[in-house]
Write a protein that binds this ligand. Sequence first.
Ligand SMILES: *Cc1c(COP(=O)(O)O)cnc(C)c1O
Length: 356
Amino acid sequence: MITVTKTFLPPIEEYNKQVQRAWDNQWLTNRGELVLELEEKLKQYLKVSNIIITTNGTIPLQIALKLLGNGGEIITTPFSYVATTAAIVWENCTPVFVDIHPEYLTLDENKIEAAITDKTTAILATHVFGNPCQVEAIEAIAKKHNLKVIYDAAHCFGVTYKDKSIFDYGDVSTCSFHATKLFHTGEGGAMFTKDAALQHQLFYSHNFGHKTVLDFHGLGINGKISELQAAMGLAVFPYIETIVEERKKIVNFYNALLDFSRLDKIKIRENTEWNYSYYPVLLKNEATLLDIQARLLSENIIPRRYFNPSLNNLPYCKNVKMPISENISERVLCLPLYVGLKTEDLDKICKIINAK
Ligand SMILES: *Cc1c(COP(=O)(O)O)cnc(C)c1O
């Protein structure tokens, strides 16, 4: 069976070696030696000034929205994973959808201003498939209207834009280290900010608000990552360059073999060093997609319809029309992309998709 992705697993001896450290320390969570070491390694690799690693990639969205959303209207993208919208609703804010750009698939910066009201507090945009939003335009709009900017950068491990980590943009950026993501800790995530005061708030928020054992800075929740999750991260980390290189080869293979007279790929934003995190293709229409999907399934190849449905159609959101996102959601298919995917399988996938 060939699936859309496959978790990268390091040799188990290397994982065991890291887990053994937790045993030796008799220390399983609360920012032990493994978590601190992983944060240091990631900070250097990603070239960011700060990182707080968390137990998943959703809790940092919630913490950021709790601190910056203020129960208001959040301008957001309908084309993302459900966590983006769910976090807004969960934090008692109101998602206000703005349609996406038809080629970049990120929030259309030209449509943001029309959606701003006196209740708008923040913009939560996703760098979907690791493709950066138009961050300069979004920053200018936010400044003009005194709004906060949160980026769901769950797909962006290692992405740079204009030679800076994409995590450096926005008031807060978040990432996911879920097992299906490029770099993973089984379950895990991270949040980033360059603002020292906000960093302090994010930090205590993810640890129950603690100042000392008996004293509190403010409201908090448990967003901490455990030593056992960090052990996986430390075991995967030495392979990160190999992972990116292997994925790049597969992306180049698809680029060379697929018939682009019959489908489109997404446009990666200029000045981006991309991470090859997904291989979405845009088919002519949903009928073509269903046909291709069925033919792949009959060969035990399982692509995924990332992202469908368009999030404006979630049952707990006010129904609004988002024509571009809905149209893209009907015809976008993410093709298998993972370390270890064989050339003969790639050949087969391309033949099935190219066949009439
Ligand atoms: C994976 C993902 C999340 C959630 O991350 P978890 O680590 O699974 O909680 C949020 N947003 C997007 C866009 C994602 O793909």
